[in-house]
Ligand binder design. Structure first.
Ligand code: SF4
Length: 64
């Protein structure tokens, strides 16, 4: 699984890095960026949950 955050859509609600902090990080403005684009299998479920919970639909997932 690969994941990315569209920085032009993210408004910094922070849900993603609360749900999956091993994959999503917050920058100085509270906006999210992906720390590791290749998601380890044990984090996949959390990443899917983060994507569903993003109010801006800024998270896209690419299943391998
Ligand atoms: S949940 Fe969505 S809008 Fe909020 S910080 Fe994460 S990517 Fe950005």
């Amino acid at each position: 699984m690969k994941v990315r955050v569209d920085a032009s859509l993210c408004t910094g609600h922070g849900r993603c890095y609360e749900i999956a902090p091993s994959v999503f990080r917050d920058d100085d403005h509270g906006h999210s960026y992906v720390d590791r684009a290749d998601v380890p299998s044990q984090a996949e479920e959390k990443v899917r949950r983060a994507a569903k919970n993003c109010p801006e639909e800024a998270i896209s997932i690419d299943d391998d």
